[in-house]
Design a protein around this ligand. Structure first.
Ligand code: ZN
Length: 428
């Protein structure tokens, strides 16, 4: 078998055949010969006329340990539709790319499944190239009709790894919380850009928007989509309640630290039969954190003991825990019609509890009362948006979170927007 035939079968490049193979210092360079056909502009317009020609090299998937490049002639054409000279589109690579389609697809598929260091080591590319490839491939693979037929959406803000950059993310509740739109910023203007992108027709179809308790998204929705029912995501309310409990716990820890000094440990290693040291109560309060924040159904026996001790001591931490679970009970009611009654009972309790963190929370809840009740009535669960938040945390954690906003948005579409990437191995 001739070398060119072997490479033809191995690379299976669409629209071209292998004309020659050269081994160089950088790796194998495969020269392609194009089949005679019209030159095609990225806009779709085709012509026989060529403006000028040049030779370009694209990085292809490695052959074993050797790097592989494909090289071919590429033309510029004077596109009548675009009204300017543009570089033609070739079947094996995306416009402007310096890697072949197969290479880009493998990078993007890996980006969906693994961390960035694995990709850069395995495929020998730099992370800037990975970010750029993901942006290009996602732009092509994303479903163009994703903004059609939106009825119930959720809006939330997410941040990058270091919390320097904020994005607004819109998810579709009816498609398992798939991300349909994301953009940089977390103010009213950002969400207004989404409503503008929807247009009047699709905006009129929208029925419910779930959002947080801050004013920005509410203002944008009031402004642009006044007909839509607004509801507060249960996830946000639970988060605020958890933060209030944590604030009380930190306060209790600080007081304890100031009033009772830590017991002194004797120097050196304790003797075998030495009596047990007295408990460090400051440390104990610090470690009540997980017992206080854990979901009651998932409490471990040791955490139940902690709660029981707090109850016996009549600690302010126990009352905070009761208040937190009281507001979370709102979403565990058998009959949603009882929600109004339950919420009013909780508000009456919280505003008189004399725990500052919960008095503040009760004020926030009172201001958002109707929107909180709307969520219970609509039966919108918090699991989807909460899942979205943890997925985005995972993307950040895998090393994709600290580059450009465009790269992070592409990663969010890729991992949370239901984009499917076909591997070159899947074609045969
Ligand atoms: Zn064109």
């Amino acid at each position: 078998m001739r070398v060119t035939t072997a490479f033809n079968k191995m690379l299976a490049v669409v629209g071209a055949s292998v004309a020659g193979v050269v081994f160089t210092d950088q790796g194998v360079v495969v020269t392609l010969r194009r089949r005679r056909q019209k030159r095609r502009c990225p806009c779709g317009w085709q012509t026989w006329a060529v403006y000028d020609r040049s030779v370009r090299r694209w990085r292809h998937l490695d052959l074993g340990s050797t790097r592989c490049f494909v090289e071919a002639e590429i033309c510029r054409i004077d596109c009548r539709r675009c009204g300017r000279v543009r570089t033609e589109e070739v079947p094996w690579a995306r416009p402007r790319a310096r890697h072949t389609r197969d290479f880009q697809d493998v990078v993007t598929w890996l980006a969906q499944h693994t961390d960035k260091t694995t990709i850069t080591t395995l495929l020998r590319v730099c992370w800037e190239a990975v970010a750029k490839i993901v942006i290009d491939v996602v732009a092509e693979a994303i479903d163009g009709t994703r903004l059609d037929e939106l009825y119930r959406i959720g809006v939330d803000e997410v941040s990058d790894r270091k919390g320097h950059r904020f994005l607004t993310v819109v998810a579709d509740h009816d498609r398992n919380g798939a991300v349909v739109w994301a953009d940089e910023g977390r103010d009213a203007a950002t969400l207004e850009r989404f409503y503008d992108a929807l247009g009047d027709q699709r905006l009129a179809n929208l029925e419910v928007v779930t959002l947080d308790m801050d004013g920005a998204y509410k203002a944008a929705t009031d402004n642009r989509a006044a007909h839509v029912t607004q509801a507060v995501d249960p996830f946000h309310l639970a988060k605020l309640a958890n933060e209030a409990v944590d604030k009380v716990r930190r306060g209790a820890w600080n007081t304890e630290r100031r009033t009772t000094p830590a017991p002194k440990r004797p120097r050196g290693r304790p003797r075998k039969n030495a009596p047990a040291l007295p408990r460090d109560s400051t440390r104990w309060i610090k470690h009540t954190r997980w017992a206080l924040l854990q979901d009651p159904d998932a409490l471990k026996p040791s955490q139940l003991e902690v709660l029981d001790e707090l109850r016996r001591r009549r600690s302010v931490l126990y009352r905070s825990w009761q208040l937190k679970e009281g507001i979370r009970d709102l979403y565990r009611l058998r009959k949603p019609s009882d929600a109004e009654c339950h919420l009013d009972w909780w508000l009456a309790w919280a505003c008189r509890c004399r725990i500052p963190a919960f008095v503040t929370l009760s004020k926030t809840v009172r201001a958002n009362r109707d929107r909180i009740l709307a969520a219970v009535e609509l039966g919108l669960s918090n699991s989807r948006l909460e899942g979205l938040n943890s997925k985005i945390r995972l993307i950040n954690h895998r090393g994709y979170g600290h580059h450009s906003a465009a790269a992070l948005i592409a990663m969010i579409y890729l991992c949370c927007g239901g984009v499917t990437i076909e591997l070159p191995t899947g074609r045969t």
